[in-house]
Design a protein around this ligand. Structure first.
Ligand code: PMV
Length: 334
C-alpha cells in the first residue's frame, strides 16, 4: 500500500529535516472553490474523485513562522496564544510533520497567524498546510518546486494544494496511483473586478470534518454518482465564463455547483447538513436581490457560512445590504 510517507520520501529524494536552520516565515492565501472538490478516490493520499477550481483570497490567509526549538516537544502558537500539544489543531500539524522523518526529528516552534476562523468552513486548513510546507521548505533549504510543494500540501489537506498560488487555480485530479500528477496548476487569467464577500454566520467548529463528511457522502449518498459528471461540465463552463469575462455565468455555475454538492450530502444517511436557519435566510435575501437586478451569487463550503460573489461596481450596494460582510479583493496581490 502506498502511504503518505512513501510520497514524501519520493519527493524529498534523500533530503531531511536535519538541514533545518534558524527561522523561516511564509504566507499562503485561503482559497474558495468555485467548482468544488467533494470525495476522494484514495483517502490516505487525499486523491480526489474529480478536478476542482478555486480563487485564492489575495492577502487573506495564514502566515506561518517556523524556528528550531530545543524543547522536548513542538511548541504551537495560534494567533499568539500557546496551544496544548493535545489540541486538534496541534495534533494535525504534529502528524503532518511526522511524515517528514523516519525516526527522530528536531522540534519546532510553529507560530500560526490565521486571518479567518479555524475549522469553520473558511478553508483555514488549506492556507494553513500551504503556509506550513512553504515555511518548512525555506527552513530546510530543500528548494522544492511549487508543484512538489502542492503535492506535499495535499497530503495535509486536499484543498491546500490549491493555496500555493494566488488567483485562479485548478487542482488537476491526476490519474496515477501515487498521485504525483494530482496537484494545483495556476491559471494565467486575472479578473481584478471580482469581489468575494464573507458572511460569517457561525465561527463554531463544524459538526463533522470535511474528511469524514466526504467519505460518508461517497458511501451512502445515491446522488453522488451524478457528481463527477456535473463537476466535469462545470469546469469546462467555468473556464469559458472566465475567458469571456461573463460574470453572470461564473456566478450561476459556482452557485449551482455548491448547491449540487450540498444536495449530495443531504441525500446521505444519516444526512450531512451544514446549514443553519440563518444560512437559508441569507440565501433567500441573495435570491431576492438578484431578482431585483443585483448580480450577486453565493457559494458555500463545509460549514454554514456563505461567500458572496459580485463585481467591484456593485460593492457599495452589496455592503449596504450586508453590513457585516468581510469584503475581499482576491487580485490585490497584483
Ligand atoms: O480540503 P478539505 O478536506 O478541507 O476539503 C475541502 C472541501 C470543500 O471546501 C467543501 C470544497 C473545496 O473544494 O474546497
Amino acid at each position: 500500500m502506498i502511504n503518505p510517507s512513501t510520497i514524501v520520501k519520493k519527493i524529498l529524494q534523500g533530503r531531511s529535516l536535519d538541514s533545518a536552520q534558524g527561522t523561516a516565515e511564509a504566507f499562503a492565501p485561503t482559497n474558495i472553490a468555485l467548482v468544488k472538490y467533494w470525495g476522494k478516490r484514495n483517502h490516505a493520499l487525499n486523491l480526489p474523485m474529480t478536478s476542482s477550481f478555486s480563487l485564492s483570497l489575495g492577502t487573506t490567509g495564514t502566515q506561518t513562522r517556523l524556528s528550531l526549538s530545543d524543547t522536548a516537544q513542538d511548541i504551537f502558537l495560534l494567533n499568539e496564544n500557546e496551544m496544548s500539544a493535545d489540541a486538534s489543531f496541534a495534533k494535525k500539524i504534529t502528524d503532518y510533520l511526522n511524515l517528514f522523518c523516519i525516526q527522530s526529528r528536531p522540534h519546532l516552534k510553529i507560530e500560526t497567524t490565521s486571518h479567518l476562523p479555524i475549522a469553520a468552513g473558511f478553508a483555514s486548513s488549506a492556507s494553513g498546510f500551504a503556509a506550513l510546507i512553504m515555511a518548512l521548505n525555506q527552513l530546510t533549504r530543500w528548494e522544492l518546486t511549487l508543484t512538489e510543494l502542492s503535492i506535499l500540501a495535499r497530503l495535509g489537506s486536499g484543498s491546500a494544494c490549491r493555496s500555493l498560488w494566488p488567483g485562479f487555480v485548478k487542482w488537476e485530479m491526476g490519474t496515477s496511483e501515487e498521485g504525483m500528477d494530482s496537484h494545483g496548476v495556476p491559471c494565467a487569467q486575472v479578473w481584478p473586478e471580482l469581489r468575494i464577500g464573507l458572511l460569517v454566520i457561525s465561527e463554531d467548529q463544524k459538526p463533522m470534518s470535511s474528511r469524514e463528511a466526504m467519505k460518508h457522502t461517497l458511501e451512502t449518498s445515491p446522488l453522488y454518482q451524478a457528481w463527477p459528471s456535473q463537476v466535469a461540465r462545470d469546469l469546462d463552463n467555468m473556464m469559458e465564463a472566465i475567458n469571456q469575462r461573463d460574470f453572470k455565468r461564473l456566478g450561476e455555475i459556482a452557485e449551482h455547483n455548491a448547491l449540487a454538492m450540498h444536495a449530495t450530502m443531504l441525500a446521505s444517511w444519516p444526512p450531512v447538513f451544514y446549514w443553519q436557519p440563518q444560512t437559508l435566510a441569507l440565501i433567500q435575501k441573495i435570491w431576492q436581490l438578484r431578482q431585483e437586478g443585483l448580480p450577486l451569487y453565493f457559494t458555500q463550503d463545509a460549514g454554514p457560512n456563505l461567500k458572496l460573489l459580485y463585481l467591484q461596481k456593485d460593492s457599495e450596494t452589496v455592503r449596504s445590504f450586508f453590513p457585516d460582510l468581510i469584503e475581499i479583493n482576491p487580485f490585490l496581490f497584483l
